[in-house]
Write a new protein. Sequence first.
Length: 202
Amino acid sequence: MDDFDMLNAPAAGNGVGSEEDPAAAFLAQQESEIAGIENDEGFSILDSGEVPSSLGDSNDGTVNGELHGESNGPSDAYAAISNADRLQAEPESLRKWREEQRERLELLDANSRKQESEWKEKAKVELEEWHARQNEQLEKTKTNNRAAEEAMISDLDENNPGTEWERVARLCDFNPKSSKQAKDVSRMRSVLISLKQAPLVR
């Protein structure tokens, strides 16, 4: 057990003391590099309103041992915003196309609204004409039905002997119809006609 305790015990008395973990140092270095890469220099000024130090004037700095006379970045916040706006500005051709599309859609909408109103007016007129025809046809049908009912009642009142077959013949349609699906009733028709002309005598 003492051997294992000695392995787990920290090294003391060697003059170095507790050393920093190399894995933790490596991870910290990687995180700082990633944070530097992910930094959106040049665009963060749009949110905070301040120019990052890397984009400010650095006329007194040196690059590769040479004097750095001018800065590549914007000199103030307004210049940075104008540069960002210029990068994000819509091209002229795209803006022109968008305007033409808007005008064309407005014209199509106006035409469709006009056509819809014309169709509504036409449908209203046609519906009124249809109702007028229906009412006229209904009145004619009512008149014909009343006349037929009065004629039938007057025929029922006339109960003269010997006119039975004549009244039956009035209920029959003696016009021959050339329908292939209809049954052949020509023989029955001829019997009824003969009974109408010469009724049976008892």
